[in-house]
Design a protein around this ligand. Structure first.
Ligand code: AMP
Length: 264
């Protein structure tokens, strides 16, 4: 497998990453971006749980009370969801985990699952944001009902979403505010983060996987810091974004390619 050059040493182009950080630290936004740019799945336990709640599955019904209260959903449920997701074929392209693991038990279980798959983690990035900024971001957060993209009314000119069509439905994004993004639940979620999730910083530091970035500033600034922490060069990301999907009829485009072909 070809490797990209990184200040931290060679990094395989297939990456298995965990984004770690408090609610509102921008994990979802950066995970969506990385997934899109690198053609690998974003795996968000929050999204998977919300889908189960919306579908009214027995599992969703069991998870809902904890989610509404800002507590962690029980490990048995979350680990079941993750085990199933990591069994899907697209995970061989690497993955970016967002919102999982959230405690030491989940992290230990994840290590065991990935060891069985022969696909250990490459990096865990801690996204550090000041508490006042977290509260501001969470209160402005809006999600598109159709495509799931996350926007922020405090940074996107007031409307919440840029002037673009929803890639899924074609029309404007239909934004909603998550029910657990309210003041009371957010306080509980931040407390749970401090008590249960923060110990993962030392857990992954001990494994030599931890990298920390300042996750304040614009989405683009944070993206640059995150890419630097992961050893992703901008040119490689652009080349990757313009690469046609495997199996696509790509000859005309390949002939016109103006950027040099680079290693994956
Ligand atoms: P998120 O979208 O990551 O902020 O997650 C929303 C809610 O889903 C959390 O407040 C928890 O109630 C639940 N949740 C998401 N991921 C996990 C996890 N790894 N472990 C337990 N609960 C989770």
């Amino acid at each position: 497998m070809a490797a990209l050059l990184s200040p931290l040493g060679p990094v395989s182009s297939i990456m298995r990453i965990v984004l770690l950080g408090a609610p509102g630290s921008g994990k979802g936004t950066q995970a969506q971006r990385l997934a899109q740019e690198r053609g690998m799945p974003q795996i968000s336990t929050g999204d998977l749980l919300r889908a189960a709640v919306a579908a009214g599955t027995p599992l969703g019904t069991r998870a809902k009370a904890a989610m509404d209260a800002g507590r962690l959903v029980e490990d048995a449920i979350v680990l079941g969801i993750i085990a199933e997701r990591l069994g899907a074929a697209d995970v061989r392209q690497g993955f970016v985990l967002d919102g999982f693991p959230r405690n030491i038990e989940q992290a230990t279980a994840l290590d065991a699952m990935l060891a069985k798959l022969g696909q250990p983690l490459d990096a865990v990035v801690l996204m550090e944001v000041d508490r006042t900024e977290l509260a501001r971001r969470i209160s402005g957060r809006r999600t598109c009902r159709d495509c799931g993209r996350v926007f922020n009314v405090s940074t996107a000119g007031g409307s919440g979403a840029p002037d673009e069509a929803c890639p899924k439905e074609g029309g404007p994004h239909r934004l909603f505010q998550r029910p657990d993004d309210n003041e009371h639940t957010v306080a509980e979620r931040l407390k749970v983060y401090e008590e249960k999730t923060k110990p993962l910083v030392e857990f992954y530091r001990g494994q030599g996987l931890l990298r920390a970035i300042k996750a304040e500033g614009s989405v683009i600034e944070v993206a640059k810091r995150l890419d630097a922490a992961l050893g992703i060069s901008k040119r490689a990301a652009v080349a990757r974004r313009h690469r046609p999907p495997a199996g696509a009829l790509s000859a005309p485009r390949a002939r016109n390619r103006s950027t040099p072909k680079r290693s994956r």
